[in-house]
Write a protein that binds this ligand. Structure first.
Ligand code: TXA
Ligand code: MG
Length: 327
């Protein structure tokens, strides 16, 4: 095997085993993990030090692979035909049964997908056989990484491997194009312009961003998808009718007026992590909230999650859910 083929096989092995790889793309280096593996995705957020769970871009090697994850429409087909592989990310509705972890998509009903125009990235994607979640490989708030040295300096031992492939040719993040709404909208300007997209689609493409890195405010988005029933944080006991989202053991948690939380039926009790593992909790957060979000529950009581490491992002999301659901 050539050194390059060996490095690609090694990257694929690490990704399949749930590790992080610094992945070159034509835009910027990505911090990649298996998008189907919630705990691997949790490592991305932990390493980036993101204070909240922003939805991540899911990288694919082919249109067919992307089409397994999202509902393609005519505009998506045209844009993909013209710009993939390349620096264009498409926001589309998640397919029913889409296997991407809820955490990678931050619990949203839409998903960001793109095919990078980079031989090494495509080779890794084909070798590992799973779609890869990859935000830009920089610490939260820092500049994007366009060389392997940037990635190594920022993350050190936190990434198992940085696949070095020199400087990125585009050097600027992909354009994020939302095709899930009534009209195409650019949420983040990037390597492909709205004018170019407009020409291909034969229709107007809006710019919809206030701050280049806060497109259509992920904050607003997240709030929008708050559960439909009230969420109560830092619960130490339960009110009758409430479901429990636990963290750690629930042996001693009582229900006001009588009863124990541990005896709740399965559909009313989910545990983010019995062993109090924040990575496991992050991976479970969105799907468990969704499971407990049922009209026959009066609300969701959530046990306290420590406000350190990934717990900061978990608490941020829970606070948004608590505020959003209280509207
Ligand atoms: O060029 C790039 O796009 C690089 C390389 C590594 O591919 N990746 C990148 O990822 O810049 P990241 O996570 O730093 O930026 C992803 C952007 C964020 O602005 C996020 O809010 C937006 O995409 N995004 C992801 N999913 C979304 C969704 N479902 N709805 C709206 N915006 C979404
Ligand atoms: Mg970024």
């Amino acid at each position: 095997m050539s050194p390059r083929a060996e490095a690609i096989a090694e990257a694929a092995r690490i990704l399949q085993a749930g590790g992080l790889v610094g992945l070159p793309t034509e835009t910027v280096y990505g911090l990649a993990a298996n998008a189907l593996d919630g705990q691997a995705v949790a490592k991305i957020y932990a390493a980036k030090g993101r204070p909240s769970f922003n939805p991540l871009i899911i990288h694919c090697h082919s249109f067919e692979q992307a089409a397994e994850l999202v509902e393609m429409n005519a505009d998506a087909r045209a844009a993909a035909e013209a710009f993939w592989p390349g620096p264009l990310t498409l926001i589309l509705p998640r397919k029913a049964g889409c296997a991407v972890s809820d955490l990678a998509g931050a619990g949203l009903p839409t998903l960001a997908v793109r095919i990078p125009r980079h031989d090494a990235a495509l080779a890794v994607l084909k070798a590992c056989g799973v779609p890869l979640a990859a935000p830009s490989a920089n610490k939260s708030g820092a500049l994007s990484a366009t060389t392997p040295q940037h990635v190594a300096e920022a993350f050190g031992d936190e990434v198992a491997l940085v696949l070095a492939a020199g400087a990125c040719t585009v050097g600027l993040e992909s354009t994020v194009l939302d095709l899930s709404g009534d009209a195409p909208a650019v949420l983040r300007p990037g390597g492909v312009t709205a004018e170019e997209i407009s020409e291909v689609l034969g229709k107007a493409v809006l710019y919809d961003h206030s701050d280049p890195d806060a497109p259509r405010s992920p904050g607003q988005l997240l709030k929008h998808y708050a559960p439909s029933i009230p969420v109560r944080m830092n619960a130490v006991d339960l009110e009758p009718g409430e479901a429990l989202l636990a963290f750690g053991h629930v042996k001693f948690m009582g229900i006001r007026g009588g009863g124990a939380a541990k005896d709740l039926p399965e559909e009313s009790l989910k545990n983010l992590s019995e062993g109090r593992d924040l990575h496991e909790a992050a991976a479970n957060l969105f799907s468990m909230m969704r499971t407990l979000d049922r009209p026959d529950h009066k609300g969701i009581a959530v046990m306290a999650v420590p406000d350190t490491g990934l717990g900061v992002a978990i608490n941020d999301r829970l606070r948004r859910a608590a505020e959003g659901s209280a509207r």
